[in-house]
Design a binder for this molecule. Structure first.
Ligand code: TXA
Ligand code: MG
Length: 367
């Protein structure tokens, strides 16, 4: 039995009582799913190995993939990690609370070894969501929380997505309404100048291990003199991934998705025409078909069973918010073949393209 509390729009006293119950469950070693500003997380006391093991079990998550630890207040960071470099402190000033996870050297023995998956580092963030902050503060412990989906499925941006994947497998679910950003936090790791081979002059390098809610341009503005190195959306198979989670096929709908991207100079119509050719072939094979496109191209005369416009190309923030809901909608429509249109990789588009290429299992066609 999974307990469910609805706190969205609830009276202050109702919400307070619900979050106190949920916090008590966390302290007792149970798992509780809760909203953050990015996606719903599945939380457990990060110091308690039995509790953290329940997260991996409920999700079916590989044990070599470390978990992000969520705190409610900057002062909790000191217990978990060695003091951050000055550049990292500036980042925390600029983006916490918010969708930025910082990978730092972990203090030995303070967290369950399952959280760090044997690494000497831990990813930490303060979520920018009143429900998450109140829950973590009430629990009084660091809360390990991956996205609250079955492993490999699209991340949950609504409580019903969590319920669909995990009802009966977790202790509780706090329903705080739809999340805001829609894609997960940006995961970064700072390498100081000496360790980075003395380059660039004066500063170190900030590696984006996973693109997300905070964009590369925002990080560059916050850290003048530090080189920001973006993770490639499509990683060469031989290249060692720096965020262990990025090597798994991920975020995937049940149907097979192919991603279509225009080369520089290719007109959008040519990309749409190529998508339609592949859709026609899938229909000829007897498959139900789906199109993932944007508002600008929604009325392009698609021949497909299910057409979803995921926001607009001129408003990719909205596209990010709706992405995972769209991927799940294809499952509900029983679609077997999905043609997805690429978006520009600038700003939040980098995170959208990263998730789309994972969802497509790297089936990418350049037109
Ligand atoms: O927005 C988010 O980050 C959401 C919400 C719930 O906070 N959480 C989330 O967690 O997306 P998860 O477990 O689905 O993804 C965590 C990512 C994985 O790719 C993992 O490999 C990476 O962060 N990660 C965690 N700890 C790390 C570490 N010490 N070093 C490198 N990568 C790490
Ligand atoms: Mg996840």
């Amino acid at each position: 039995m999974t307990q469910r509390w609805n706190v969205s729009g609830a009276a202050e006293s109702v919400r307070h009582a619900a979050l106190n119950e949920a916090a008590a469950m966390l302290r007792d070693g149970a798992t509780v799913a809760f909203p953050t500003e990015t996606v719903y997380g599945l939380g457990a006391d990060a110091r308690n190995t039995e509790a953290v093991a329940r997260i991996f079990e409920a999700k079916g998550r590989p044990s070599d993939n470390p978990l992000i630890v969520h705190i409610a207040d900057r002062s909790q960071l000191e217990e978990l990690t060695t003091p951050p470099e000055e550049a990292v402190s500036r980042l925390l000033e600029a983006f916490w609370p918010g969708p930025l996870t910082v990978v730092l050297p972990v203090r030995p023995g303070v967290l369950s070894p399952l959280v760090t998956a044997g690494l000497t580092t831990v990813g930490v963030r303060i979520p920018d969501h009143p429900v998450a902050l109140e829950l973590i503060a009430a629990a009084g412990c660091p809360v390990a929380a991956p996205s609250a989906n079955r492993s490999g499925r699209p991340s949950p941006t609504r409580a019903d997505h969590v319920w669909e994947d995990l009802a009966g497998r977790i202790g509780g679910l706090v329903d705080g309404g739809p999340t805001g950003v829609g894609v997960e936090s940006t995961v970064v790791q700072y390498v100081p100048a000496a360790a980075a081979g003395g380059r660039p002059a004066g500063g170190g390098v900030l590696h984006i291990l996973r693109p997300g809610g905070v964009t590369a341009a925002q990080l560059e503005r916050a850290l003048p003199g530090v080189a920001v190195r973006e993770a490639a959306a499509h990683q060469d198979p031989g290249e060692a991934p720096r965020a262990p989670g990025m090597k798994y096929a991920h975020y995937a709908p049940r149907g097979a998705m192919t991603l279509f991207r225009g080369r520089p100079g290719t007109a959008p119509e040519q990309v749409l025409a190529r998508m339609q050719r592949e859709l026609d072939e899938a229909r000829a094979r007897g498959e139900r078909t789906g199109v993932l496109t944007y508002g600008e191209h929604e009325a392009a005369g698609w021949r497909a069973d299910c057409v979803i416009a995921c926001g607009r190309l001129d408003d990719l923030d909205e596209a990010a918010r709706r992405l995972y809901d769209a991927l799940r909608a294809f499952d509900e429509a029983g679609v077997g073949f999905i043609a997805a249109e690429a978006c520009p990789e600038a700003g939040i588009g980098a995170a959208i393209m990263n998730r789309l290429s994972k969802a497509a299992g790297d089936r990418l066609i350049d037109v």
